[in-house]
Design a protein around this ligand. Sequence first.
Ligand SMILES: C[S@@+](CC[C@H](N)C(=O)[O-])C[C@H]1O[C@@H](n2cnc3c(N)ncnc32)[C@H](O)[C@@H]1O
Length: 379
Amino acid sequence: MVNALVRGGLLQEALNIVQEMKSNGIPPNTVTYTAVIKGFSGNGNVKEAVQILNDMEGGETLPNLRTYNTVLRGCVQAGDYGEAQNIMNKLSQHNLQKDHSTVLSLLKLHVQQMQIKEAWSDFQELLNFPITIEPTIYTLLATGAALAKEEAITKEVLDKLSKRNDLTPLILREIQTIQSYKAKAVPNPQKTDRLYRWSEGHAVNWSLIPKGPVNMEICSGLGEWVINRCKKEQDKNWISLEQRYDRVLQTWSKMELQKITNLFVCCGEASAILKQDCFKNKLDAIFVNFPDPPHNEENNRLFNADFIKLVHQVLKAQGTIEVLTDDKHYYNIITREFTSSNLFSEHPTQNSNDPTYFDELEKSVGRTERFSTAFKKRN
Ligand SMILES: C[S@@+](CC[C@H](N)C(=O)[O-])C[C@H]1O[C@@H](n2cnc3c(N)ncnc32)[C@H](O)[C@@H]1O
């Protein structure tokens, strides 16, 4: 029951059941607790996940390595290094040995902090586990190492990666980009005016955005698509918007690596960001590639009636939005929401065919069906 609620995105309801069980003298087991923690962690709400963990530690059901790893993965997604350090201290206190999931999270956190030597040692530790390491982990580390001018590490990671025979065209292009990077001053994601973190109270500084069209990609993931568009359309300003900090940071790294100057990278939940007054009538075009489909019609759906109103609010007169998805059901919902809002008219799609990470992943397992739709703002 709790698992089903978490899978459906009904986290508060799942937590209520856990609390009800406790007050009825039936302590939830570790699996149930961990499922709820996973829901909050995966949703970017590490603080709530940690609160549940603390609650567990103070009660009868003890967390296990899986529980701690779940919070650690949440720390990676939210870029919460401080909380990750607390979790690592707890692992030592409870004499729990790291497994491959722990080490993988540490590697990602160290790259986020630009602690490349530590990340390199995590990587070597990871090689000792009987698992296949995703090519994206190699490129993540190699990118961080290249930006941090750790040339020997960059070369060694790329040499290892190039020997594999399971590389997608996107990864092969990434390898080339990293290899051709000419190091300059080491950039710092904490001290840049091109990366906005909503949770840290950052706001887009519009005075930094040059005159000209402003386009946005929402749900930008790892950023390949928007980086390509920035290169192709240099007369336009681009903003990428993504809720996961780890992915935002990868977009920022790609931007630095390729010396892109017409991109601003935003981290935060799309509705929360677009609600800000500073976005009103500011955008010429919005693109959304492969938004996460809802688990059911009503819950956790980005494209609902309120979001359509927000899109209308942030677009300039005649502004457009284009959505690409592989999910026919979601495509139908999105089309229905736009049409019934009466705020938009149908518009031809551009179908740029620029690659995205998710697109290539889906194609690699034979899922090739795509649905795209576009709308123009009615004034
Ligand atoms: C299926 S992935 C697609 C990513 C990318 N567009 C691609 O094609 O590779 C969906 C992305 O949307 C992000 N996302 C989902 N809901 C969001 C929201 N409400 N606000 C911002 N980002 C969101 C997720 O974190 C994830 O990175």
